[in-house]
Write a protein that binds this ligand. Structure first.
Ligand SMILES: Nc1ncnc2c1ncn2[C@@H]1O[C@H](COP(=O)(O)OP(=O)(O)O)[C@@H](O)[C@H]1O
Ligand SMILES: [Mg+2]
Length: 336
């Protein structure tokens, strides 16, 4: 596979403040590449440089082999941008908006009409296309915004946080469109988000950004494997310091510690009590076990407890995910 995007030490500074501190990555033709990071990480600034919205302070990037600054005309044909903020004419219909964006790209006549109908189908808005955009839900506006970025048939599409403020139904439509554009049309996609679930679902590879830097970059599987091991919660009928020490000393176990007792939620009253089902709270003590190898640790812990006739009251295996990778790398949660 050839790289459609090669980013080389890209920097964006405002006075002394560096919003992007020399990021480098490449995106292969046909790849969905995720930029995952909390608000303020530098995702939009990075995308804005790659799509010629702002100028890099330093560094270079090539798109389809063309320099993003020197070969602007060629780069603009390859790139499609769906910006984080909506850029639509509220008083025009979806179809008229897309017609307008198509004209900006030089499309006319039958070709323009065909492209507009095609992108309306991609975002599943054909039936509602003649309604004024102002009357649309937030999610539908988002989908028109996506269609606008597609009308000139880009080979590389940048989607900047496309699901923020979107209802679940439109969110699913957006996911489906992204997957279809990639699988059926071979479109390469750069997708930014601060929702790790989205990136896990859609992206082949992910760069994790924090404070203007890429702190890790790999497939999701490899990023998670980097953490090593896993975490297991074991509920027991009784625990003391000696038992904790014995558990911690078992092969494949790194650490064993007693979790603080859970706090009971305030009792719901009346109708609320009927509607709300709180998750069951484990009755006894729960030990958190950090494992080198989850599966081996579970086997060892259970046989140890069996030999001593200590009853297990619950067992929970906590799957490592991108959120835990991010926490591990930055000491922060993605959404704070
Ligand atoms: N025009 C600007 N002038 C100064 N700082 C800016 C400007 N635009 C963005 N920033 C800052 O750059 C950092 C990165 O912003 P941004 O790329 O929008 O983050 P993200 O998209 O990851 O949420 C933030 O600290 C933001 O406040
Ligand atoms: Mg942003």
């Amino acid at each position: 596979m050839a790289a459609i995007l090669e980013v080389d030490h890209l920097v964006k500074k405002y006075g002394d403040f560096a919003a992007v501190k020399g990021v480098s990555f490449s995106v292969e033709e046909g790849e969905v590449f995720g930029l995952l990071g909390p608000n303020g990480a530098g995702k939009t600034q990075t995308i804005s440089m790659l799509t010629s919205v702002i100028k890099p302070t330093a560094g270079t990037a090539r798109i389809g082999g063309y320099d993003i600054v020197k070969n602007l005309t060629q780069v603009k044909k390859i790139n499609g941008l769906v910006p984080q903020d909506l850029a639509l004419y509220p008083t025009l219909s979806a179809r008229a908006n897309l017609d307008f964006f198509g004209r900006i790209y030089g499309l006319r006549g039958a070709q323009l009409k065909e492209r507009v109908e095609d992108v309306l189908r991609v975002v599943a808005l054909t039936d509602r296309a003649d309604q004024v955009v102002d009357k649309y839900s937030g999610g539908m506006k988002r989908r028109v915004n996506i269609a606008a970025g597609l009308v000139h048939q880009p080979r590389l599409l940048f989607l900047d946080e496309p699901t923020v403020g979107v209802d679940p139904q439109s969110r699913n439509h957006i996911f489906e469109s992204v997957l279809r554009l990639n699988r059926e049309r071979g479109m390469s996609i750069v997708y930014t988000s601060h929702y790790m679930e989205e990136v896990e679902l859609l992206c082949h590879r992910v760069a994790i950004m924090d404070q203007g830097c890429i702190v890790a970059m790999d497939t999701i599987q490899n990023l998670i494997a980097m953490l090593g091991g896993g975490v297991i919660h074991v509920g027991l009928e009784r625990v003391d310091a000696a038992l904790l020490a014995q558990l911690a000393a078992l092969p494949a176990v790194k650490e064993a510690q007693l979790l603080p007792p859970p706090v009971a939620p305030p009792a719901a009253v009346g109708e609320e009590a009927k509607a709300k089902e709180s998750p069951p709270i484990p009755a006894g003590p729960v030990v958190q076990i950090k494992a080198e190898h989850s599966q081996q640790a579970i086997v060892n812990v259970i046989s140890f407890l069996n030999e001593r006739a200590i009853a297990l009251t619950s067992l929970q295996i906590l799957e490592p995910n991108l959120e835990s990778v991010f926490l591990h790398l930055t000491g922060k949660k993605l959404r704070e």
